[in-house]
Design a protein. Structure first.
Length: 716
């Protein structure tokens, strides 16, 4: 940053003054000495380049003999060394008076070359009523467009953005004050665009409503932009979506004269549907768009693929991805980013890896977003070496500079892979570079808390506390994750420190979730301190924190350990009642708890529920249920057979596998029951009777090969 400012100073104070007088210097034969002065410390090649550029610049402006030529040169000028007032001086020397077109071109050039002060001075000059060139509607359109660019550049600074929006409104007021100038559709579109970029949605709608008052007809861009505002709007809810759909319907019905819906409009409405989680409506609009011969672009596909990622529908996303290839639409890095992200969200990491390989084959270099997604994906896949390879590739790339998000992801990968040496090495490296180079990605609270998590997992609580205190003493915004990490790291050896984290969170007003309470409940549960655990639950209820999945699972585990199974079952059904969906871990806990505490029928009921929910449990859980079912002396044989048959049917429908030895024993139970009912007849009668005729006589094979065939047939 410092170097850039010095360069600007050098250009302003040294090069530009000499460049202005260069024509005179050459006339008097001083050109050689001037260039020698300018470049005495430069290499010969650099000298020649500067000389050539300066001479070219002079000849270009001095050769202009008409106002049209000057306007043409201004429009095409990209040389920051030539500012607007130097051009005006050149015109004055040539005896050419600038008109409002010239000033408009100069204002536009100044914005384009980031010479904002020059643009303001130009506007002030023509705003003087004594100036022959007075502002017109184009002037105001250019001024507002320049403010749009500034808003985009300063989007993160809300205070600056608010001031810029006030400038937009002030510019519009200046326009209104000139009775001879009437805003046109471009003026309104640009002002609306500025408001939406600044998240000032109410102001955007005020401009839109003013159009009707002034009889300015909206065009397709107006409607597309207003629909974009509906997507960004945080209030009103689904009314926004209905408004967007009504606008599209109005255009398609021909109610807006001269306006025909296009791809941009459909993209805006589809994107709004997705914002409000109406994927079904988005799909219908996508099909409607094609039926109207409006062909989707890369943007359309990226919107739809991203949408399918939000609802975990990878198959639909892949269909669109392949449709692009069939339609000869080039798949760029944005599309690959969307589909790869969809794979990660759906935990289909092998497909993610295939797409990454395909991307490289297509000679598309991943952007930072894709790199970050891939690192996270490989981290979840436990393919840590792949993630580290990507990191090395980025580090050695001349075109890609990792940002702090990438560094945080790779540090997390180090933690998950338990590669603590690499964790510390990368952390120390980026910390040193950030200290000595302000342009290097600066470490944030996530960086430090990730390393702190690594120390906690390593068991080095001294280092973890040291980093915790460093974060606490710095200008970092403390979040829940830091406290949760420290509490989880402390709970095994330091109960007081773990409890202190909850106290600290409350003291500084950090928003708490069920996580911190679950950590403390688990801590007391592991120590067998049920009373203390219940106090934490009471405190959680007092703070109106809704229990999450981890909390419920921890409570079930605690009651199962203390042989209070009825309480554990009560917690399981309370969890479902509160719309918290059980997962792999919670199902395994409650089913095994029921099995080992003589609640077999409850275990079977919950097991079947888990299968229907498409949640594959551990092999041990299935074996435990079947084992107790087969050896149960209190259940009648026909009841055991009934339950075994039901479980097998449910497993088969979901293509779930079970251990082949256990499967063999279940089959023996079923065939034994069938023989008893058929008076000792063979297995063939079993197949001809009602029931599961997939279990035919070929299933019953005592050999390992035969049983493996049965497994493949019935459960794959």
């Amino acid at each position: 940053m410092t170097t850039q400012l010095l360069n600007v100073d050098y250009l302003t104070n040294v090069v530009r003054p000499y460049a202005s007088d260069l024509g005179v210097a050459l006339v008097f034969g001083l050109g050689y000495y001037l260039f020698k002065f300018l470049n005495k410390k430069e290499e010969k090649k650099v000298k020649e380049n500067i000389k050539e550029k300066l001479l070219s610049s002079i000849s270009k402006w001095e050769s202009a003999k008409s106002i049209q030529k000057y306007n043409s040169l201004i429009i095409s000028n990209n040389d920051k060394n030539t500012d607007a007032f130097k051009i005006l001086n050149s015109m004055q020397k040539a005896g050419i008076n600038p008109d409002i077109v010239t000033y408009n071109c100069l204002i536009d050039m100044s914005h384009r070359l980031e010479q904002k002060e020059q643009a303001v001075k130009l506007y002030e000059e023509i705003s003087d009523f004594t100036n022959p060139a007075q502002p017109d509607i184009v002037t105001y359109n250019i001024l507002i467009k320049g403010l749009v660019f500034e808003i985009r550049e300063n989007r993160e600074n809300k205070e600056v953005v608010q001031k810029l929006i006030e400038k937009v409104k002030q510019t519009f007021n200046d326009l209104r004050s000139r009775g001879n100038i009437v805003p046109n559709v471009i003026t309104f579109n640009t002002a609306i665009d500025a408001c939406i970029e600044a998240d000032s949605i109410d102001s955007a709608w005020n401009f839109y409503n003013e159009m009707a008052q002034l009889n300015v007809k909206p065009d397709i861009y107006t409607y597309s932009t207003m629909i974009k505002s509906l997507k960004c709007c945080s209030n009103v809810g689904e009314n926004n979506l209905q408004t967007a759909l009504d606008i599209l319907k109005k255009i398609n019905n021909g109610e807006c004269e001269g306006i025909v819906s296009d791809e941009i409009l459909y993209n805006s409405v589809i994107d709004t549907c997705i914002k409000y989680s109406k994927i079904d409506i988005a799909e219908k609009l996508y099909q409607e768009m094609i039926s109207r011969n409006i062909f989707p672009s890369t943007i359309t596909y990226s919107i739809m693929i991203k949408a399918y990622g939000t609802v975990f529908n990878l198959d639909a996303a892949l269909n669109l991805f392949n449709e692009m290839k069939l339609s000869n639409i080039k798949r760029n890095d944005v599309i690959y980013g969307c589909i790869i992200n969809c794979c990660v969200r759906c935990s289909r990491f092998h497909i993610m890896n295939e797409l990454y390989e395909n991307m490289l084959t297509d000679n598309i270099e991943p952007n930072l977003i894709i790199y970050n997604t891939l690192v996270k994906g490989f981290n979840k896949m436990k393919k840590f070496n792949k993630a580290f390879e990507l990191y090395e590739k980025m580090s050695n790339s001349k075109t890609i500079q990792p940002n702090i998000v990438i560094y945080n992801s790779i540090l997390d990968c180090c933690v998950e892979s338990k590669n603590y040496n690499k964790l510390i090495a990368i952390y120390d490296d980026i910390k040193l570079k950030a200290k000595h180079n302000e342009n290097f990605p600066q470490l944030n609270v996530i960086t430090h808390s990730t390393v702190m998590k690594g120390y906690c997992k390593l068991g080095d609580m001294e280092k973890a506390k040291e980093l915790y205190n460093f974060i606490k003493s710095g200008n970092y915004q403390f979040d829940e994750v830091i406290y949760n990490t420290m509490a989880d790291g402390s709970r095994a050896k330091d109960t007081e420190s773990a409890l202190q984290m909850l106290t600290d969170m409350k003291a500084i007003g950090v928003i708490r979730s069920s996580v911190i309470y679950s950590i403390l409940i688990k801590m007391f549960s592991n120590e067998g301190k049920e009373e203390e655990a219940n106090k934490i639950i009471q405190e959680m209820n007092k703070d109106r924190i809704k229990p999450g999945l981890v909390t419920y699972t921890t409570l079930m585990q605690m009651y199962i350990r203390s042989k209070k199974l009825d309480k554990a079952i009560e917690i399981f059904y309370e969890m479902k009642k509160n719309e918290v969906t059980p997962d792999y871990v919670s199902y395994n806990f409650i089913i095994n708890g029921c099995v080992f505490n003589k609640k077999l029928e409850v275990a079977i009921s919950i097991l079947i529920e888990s299968i229907r929910a498409n949640i594959k449990l551990s092999d041990e859980t299935y074996n435990n249920v079947f084992e107790y079912l087969l050896s149960n002396k209190f259940m009648k044989p026909n009841e055991r057979s009934f339950h075994a048959t039901n479980i097998c049917k449910e497993l088969k429908e979901k293509n779930f596998e079970i251990d082949y030895e256990m499967y063999s024993r279940v089959m023996r139970l079923l065939f034994k029951k069938n023989e008893n009912h058929s008076g000792g007849n063979n297995e063939k009668q079993y197949n001809n009777k009602g029931g599961n005729n997939d279990f035919n006589n070929n299933n019953y094979n005592k050999s390992k090969d035969g049983l493996n065939k049965v497994r493949r047939y019935n459960f794959k």
